[in-house]
Design a protein around this ligand. Structure first.
Ligand SMILES: [Fe+2]
Length: 203
């Protein structure tokens, strides 16, 4: 390889690395995009009495929910990176069989009665939140996702969105996922290390 080719290869590498780094930074800094609530938000009357941040274990039951158990955590931040303290983070999702805890879900799969389906956490002093739940699965018409709703400390709803599995093959066939820009998709995509995923929300 000539020196010129070497230089050119190095330059190409530098350019693409820089582009990747700036893309990462841009993605991290953008406000978390909102998404439709969908038809299956469980109203209080539809929920289990247990609405804590462990969706895999319902208080008083001995059985864990079916599915791949994961920990989803992160921080709720303002645009300057400061913590949003005392914010309420709600999540809801279908069970391992693709069934929502909602009477309008026409899916005939049996409901996993050990899956809480809905839970919440309140952000701490650093804006942190944490859930134990299952890795979302697909159901007809949708790529796997977790619904997320955020309320400020005064109880005002500030964001409704959906979290996705980074790199899931069905994402590219999902209408809502495809409607997002690359940076928006990055901001709501869960990347895993083992059974742990960390995703900050900027509101
Ligand atoms: Fe959904």
């Amino acid at each position: 390889m000539s020196n010129t080719t070497n230089r050119r290869t190095f330059f190409t590498w530098m350019t693409s690395t820089f582009a990747a780094l700036t893309a990462g930074r841009a993605a991290a800094a953008i406000e978390t995009p909102s998404a439709m609530e969908g038809p299956y938000y469980p109203d209080p009357s539809m929920r289990f009495a247990d609405v804590d941040n462990d969706l895999v274990r319902i208080a008083g039951q001995v059985k864990d929910a079916g599915g791949e158990i994961i920990t989803l955590s992160g921080r709720v931040l303002d645009e300057a990176g400061g913590p949003r303290v005392g914010y309420r983070v709600e999540i809801w999702q279908c069970d391992v069989n693709g069934r929502y805890m909602h009477p309008r879900d026409r899916n005939t799969a049996p409901q996993d009665m050990a899956f809480q389906g809905f839970g919440h956490d309140i952000t701490g002093g650093g804006g942190e939140y944490r859930f134990r739940t299952i890795k979302p699965v697909s159901y007809p018409g949708r790529t796997p996702h977790i619904h997320v709703k955020i309320f400020d400390a005064a109880g005002q709803e500030v964001l409704t969105t959906q979290f996705y599995l980074s790199g899931h093959p069905e994402n590219q066939r999902d209408r809502l996922f495809r409607a997002m820009s690359e940076a928006e998709a990055h901001a709501v995509s869960m990347r895993f290390e083992g059974d742990q995923t960390v995703l900050d929300v900027i509101v």
